[in-house]
Design a protein. Structure first.
Length: 77
């Protein structure tokens, strides 16, 4: 199925205000940030194992299973 022409521009972010109003500049380019991210994952296999082993899911279930789900528009008790 073909998407509507120009559809992606609708969701594009114009971050020019970060620079013009806040003088913010990224410390990393996309390329260097991606490289550093991959290097971190490669250097931290124990963290990856803890996330992919199911231990994290078990911890979430143990600590959050009894909590009431958040329903948009409903105030907390």
């Amino acid at each position: 199925m073909q998407d509507r022409p120009g559809h992606d521009r609708r969701y594009a972010i114009d971050a020019s205000k970060l620079t013009s109003e806040l003088s913010w500049r990224a410390q990393e380019s996309f390329e260097t940030g991606l490289r550093k991210t991959v290097e971190w994952y490669l250097a931290n296999p124990a963290w990856i194992e803890s996330v992919t082993s199911g231990a994290y899911q078990h911890w979430m279930e143990q600590n959050y299973a009894a909590r009431e789900p958040v329903v948009p528009g409903r105030t907390a008790r």
